[in-house]
Each structure stands twice: as structure tokens, then as C-alpha cells.
Write a protein that binds this ligand. Structure first.
Ligand code: GLC
Ligand code: CA
Length: 539
């Protein structure tokens, strides 16, 4: 059973905002905080009740804000601290929580801690980062190349798990722990409701046994951040690549006072791709099997699961494993149904609610992401430029970082000036204005689905039972709470005959408008939710 506190969290529906690409309020081609304020009513209408904002702190922007140079102030391009305060107040007045992105693993090399640290081996900040005379292992940076960089000033090497300008903080230094606690308390003091914690599994390293994550002191450090009375009511979600239930429990069991929940990446890692830049022919069956596995594990261990398919680091899920052409609406709504009718916390990435798909570019100049640019160089040497570009088009994080297409106007209604990154090349076909006029509106489907979720204790808290079999080309399950049952049917790519014995639920929602009964032919990507009369009236 979930505790009352966790039952409250289970009612959250989070919308992730990539501020640079959400909405530009002042015509400089870059999204900003006032742009978010302008769209709060839109978000409220969609039905979300929390937003996670990717980093908006001061930053030289080598990794779009994940390289922070001042944790206490807002990036100039995004606005001011007063804008942030206003955003918090305006969101709260609409019943929307604010979750900030906490980046505890590294800072920009332009952060004053690093600038001081590199000056000498014996000042206050000297041990804020990992310095060694020689690289002590062969770790690579996630963005390509070695994770060790030589610094002339100190005549030593420092560790950077990401870009050269993102130096890893040394959490084994208690002063560092204190500094990050202060950051958490500062933003909490300004009214922030929680944090998404960037690569938190990497804050403790195991230099000897060769891993830059899940080090020996990881749980001690997370607990030092969030196990304090000051942080008791915060919602915290860790970006964490734990792939086994024991490790997930160590992070997210309530009594451990570490994280409320975490992002679990099994389905992201293995579905629809061989590796980050190499696609694989795959079916939604593999997604279903992973979801089922983790639903069961989360029930057995009283954990809250995160229900997500997209974020700022991954190409759109519908382009990876759905049909993002002729059946784009059906795919987008089916995938939403599969995920957001389970127990856990839905996370919707900006643009998902209009069925945004990956776009294609003919030149590397149309990409901005440091990871894509680094790997383009590496791949070009290995496979030639043409193949390299194809790989980048498939796996680039820029696929999710192009401005939202609000309409078919110049710059897709995102800005009046040329955006910092080329807009989605499919914007004339996929944009909010057009979606809302269509009979097959992804936005309207999302809105109905979220409203149904919020009004249904079965969907929020109910037990999970799987009715389909492993070989079936569909996913059928029930959610039961206090004797009432909601049944969810998700058919995959092909037409299927689906029969559930003794079924008598009423249709609550479907992405095929003529769907009435349960037991018959289900069409490609058809999704349908059934429940009792009462729930139907409530809507
Ligand atoms: C996380 C972020 C990603 C960033 C990296 C380094 O994976 O989601 O966008 O580049 O951490 O901070
Ligand atoms: Ca702007």
C-alpha cells in the first residue's frame, strides 16, 4: 500500500519544459520564463498539475544550462530572478507545482568554485573537484573522448563525465555537500515544490572498481540532500540508470528518505534502437513487457513509478517505435494510453501533446547539441559524413529540442525572430493550431485522458492485473480499486481480435471515435478504456 503522502504524489501529472524552446516572449529567438508564464493557462487547460523546468540558472550554455556557473541566479537569456518568482506565484495560483532541475554532479568550469579550484592545490576550493596528476582510469566522457582534461594552471587533470567545460564536483568533500544543500534550501525557500535531480547516480564515484556511478557513498549523499527536516515535503525524482529492483529500492523506498521516485530507463534503452544512434526494428510488445515487469515490481515494493516516453535527451518515442506518418494520431494517443493509465507519475514532454515527431536535416549546421556535434566528428571519421549525418538525424537530442510548433506561421509561432535552432521541418503538418482543428486531435485526446485519470481512483491507485498473454499483439489490463474496475485495451500495429470473457464495461475513451463495445476487431494502434456507468457520468 502506498502511504497517504505517496498517494498525493501519485496524483501529479508533470509537464516537462525545455525553456529555450518553449515560448519566446521578447523576440530574441530564445524561449524564456515570461514565455512560460504566457502559456500557463494553456498548460492548465491540458490538465497537468506540475511543471519540471530544465535548468534555467546562469550558464555559459555549452550543454544548454546543464553547465551551471551560478546556482542562485537566472540565465540572462531566460529573464530575471523576479521573473522566476512571478512564475512560481502564477503557477501556484493555478494549482501547478514547480519542479526545478538540480544539477549536483558537475558545474561549469566558469563557476567561481572551479575558477578558484584550478588556481592552486591549497585554497578553500582546491578539493571541490577531482584533481589527479595523471588520469587514474580510462573513463570516457558521455559526449565522446576522454573524461580527463589537463589543466595547465594546476598541472593536473580534472574529471568531466560530460563536456570538457562540465567539471565533476567532488562529493567526498563535505564542503561540497553543504553547498548543494544550500542550493536546495534556497530554491525551496522561494517556493519551489521539488527537484528533478540530474545524473544523481553519479555523485559518488568508484575510482578503484572502475565506475563513475553508484559509488559506495551514493546513498549517504542523497540522504544528506533530501533526508533532512527542511526537505521532508519535497517531491524529488532522480535521473538514474538503475536497472535492477534492489538499486531502485535503495533510492526510492519512502523510509530511506532519499528520492520520491526515479526515472527508470529500461524501455528507453532497449526499445526501438540498437544503441543511441542506431535504430532497430521493434514492436510495442517489447515496451509492454518492460512496463508490466516494472508495474509488478513497483507494487510488490510500494514504489511509485515514473510513466514517461520522451524527454530532452531522447528522440520522440512515436518516431522510434510508432508510425509517425499515416497513423501519427493513433500512435501518439495509443502510447499515451499505454503509459498514463498505469500506476505512477506521468511525465509529458513539451510537444508530445500535439504528437510532435522527429524531423530531418541535410546538414550538421542545423544541429546545436554538443553531444551531436562531438559524435558527428567521431562517426564521420569512422563511417564517412553521410552515414554520420544519418546517425545524428536518428539519435540527436536536438530532435526534442526544436521549438514547439504552436502554429504554421513564420518560426512556427514560437518567436518573431529566427530561433536559436532551426524549427521542426514538419511544422506545417504538425502544429497546435492545426491539431486543434482536426477531428483527430492529439491535444484533445491527451486532455480527455488526463481528465479521466484524475477522476478515476481506479487508474490512480487501483491494483494492476494483466489479461493479455505474452504472444498477443496487444496489451490488455485492468485497474481495480474498491470493487470497481477500469479495463484498458491497447492494440498494436496489426488488426487483432480481442475477446474478454464476461465483459460488461462501458466505453470511457477511445482514439477511434466509433468504438462502442469491447469484444471485436481492434484496428491498428487502437486504444480503448472501459469502466462502469458511474465513472462515465462523472466525466
Ligand atoms: C543529464 C541531462 C542531459 C545533460 C547531462 C549532463 O543526462 O538530462 O541533458 O546533458 O545530464 O548534465
Ligand atoms: Ca526570449
Amino acid at each position: 500500500m502506498l502511504s497517504e503522502k505517496y498517494k498525493n504524489f501519485a496524483q501529479m501529472i508533470v509537464y516537462q519544459i525545455y525553456p529555450r524552446s518553449f515560448n519566446d516572449s521578447n523576440g530574441d529567438g530564445i524561449g524564456d520564463l515570461r514565455g512560460i508564464i504566457e502559456k500557463l493557462d494553456y498548460l492548465k487547460d491540458l490538465g497537468i498539475n506540475a511543471i519540471w523546468i530544465c535548468p534555467c540558472y546562469k550558464s555559459p550554455n555549452d550543454d544548454n544550462g546543464y553547465d551551471i556557473s551560478d546556482y542562485y541566479d537566472i540565465m540572462d537569456e531566460f529573464g530575471t530572478l523576479d521573473d522566476m518568482k512571478e512564475l512560481i506565484a502564477e503557477a501556484h495560483s493555478r494549482g501547478i507545482k514547480i519542479i526545478m532541475d538540480l544539477v549536483p554532479n558537475h558545474t561549469s568550469t566558469q563557476h567561481k568554485w572551479f575558477i578558484e579550484s584550478k588556481k592552486s592545490k591549497d585554497n578553500y576550493y582546491s578539493d571541490f573537484y577531482y584533481w589527479f596528476d595523471e588520469p587514474v582510469n580510462d573513463w570516457g566522457s558521455a559526449f565522446g573522448g576522454s573524461a580527463w582534461e589537463y589543466c595547465k594552471e594546476r598541472d593536473q587533470y580534472y574529471l568531466h563525465s560530460y563536456a570538457v567545460s562540465q567539471a565533476d564536483l567532488n562529493w567526498d568533500n563535505p564542503k561540497v555537500v553543504k553547498e548543494i544543500q544550500k542550493v536546495v534550501d534556497y530554491w525551496t525557500g522561494l517556493g519551489v515544490d521539488g527537484f528533478r535531480c540530474d545524473v544523481i547516480d553519479q555523485i559518488s564515484k568508484d575510482f578503484k572498481n572502475g565506475s563513475n556511478c553508484f559509488g559506495p557513498n551514493l546513498h549517504k549523499y542523497i540522504n544528506a540532500l533530501f533526508g533532512r527536516p527542511e526537505t521532508e515535503n519535497l517531491f524529488t525524482v532522480g535521473e538514474c540508470w538503475a536497472d535492477n529492483i534492489e538499486e531502485v529500492c535503495r533510492h526510492a523506498k519512502e523510509e530511506r528518505k532519499e528520492l520520491t521516485t526515479l526515472f527508470q530507463f529500461d524501455h528507453i534503452e532497449s526499445c526501438g534502437r540498437e544503441s543511441k544512434f542506431v535504430p532497430k526494428n521493434d514492436s510495442l510488445k517489447s515496451v509492454r513487457d518492460i512496463l508490466v515487469k516494472w508495474q509488478k515490481l513497483c507494487y510488490d515494493n510500494d514504489l511509485l513509478y515514473t510513466l514517461f516516453t520522451d524527454n530532452h535527451d531522447q528522440p520522440p518515442f512515436i518516431s522510434r517505435i510508432g508510425n509517425d506518418r499515416e497513423l501519427r494520431y493513433e500512435s501518439a494517443s495509443l502510447i499515451a494510453t499505454m503509459f498514463y493509465t498505469l500506476r505512477g507519475i506521468p511525465f509529458i514532454y513539451q510537444g508530445q501533446e500535439i504528437g510532435t515527431a522527429s524531423s530531418h536535416y541535410d546538414s550538421i549546421d542545423d544541429f546545436r547539441d554538443v553531444e551531436s556535434l562531438n559524435f558527428y566528428k567521431i562517426f564521420s571519421e569512422q563511417y564517412g559524413e553521410e552515414k554520420a549525418l544519418e546517425m545524428i538525424n536518428f539519435g540527436s537530442r536536438d530532435n526534442e529540442r526544436r521549438p514547439i510548433s504552436w502554429n504554421a506561421g513564420k518560426y512556427a509561432g514560437f518567436s518573431t525572430a529566427e530561433p536559436w535552432i532551426p524549427i521542426n521541418s514538419r511544422f506545417k503538418e504538425i502544429n497546435l493550431e492545426k491539431d486543434l482543428l482536426s477531428e483527430k486531435s492529439v491535444f484533445k485526446y491527451y486532455k480527455e485522458l488526463l481528465a479521466l485519470r484524475k477522476s478515476s481512483p481506479e487508474i490512480l491507485f487501483g491494483d494492476f492485473e494483466l489479461l493479455s498473454k505474452p504472444d498477443d499483439d496487444y496489451f490488455v489490463f485492468t485497474r481495480t480499486y474498491e470493487g470497481k474496475t477500469v479495463t484498458v485495451i491497447c492494440n498494436f500495429e496489426k488488426t487483432s481480435q480481442i475477446n474478454i470473457p464476461n465483459f460488461n464495461g462501458k466505453i470511457l475513451l477511445s482514439n477511434y471515435s466509433d468504438r462502442q463495445n469491447c469484444c471485436e476487431t481492434f484496428r491498428p494502434y487502437e486504444a480503448a478504456i472501459f469502466g462502469d456507468e458511474e465513472l462515465r457520468k462523472k466525466r
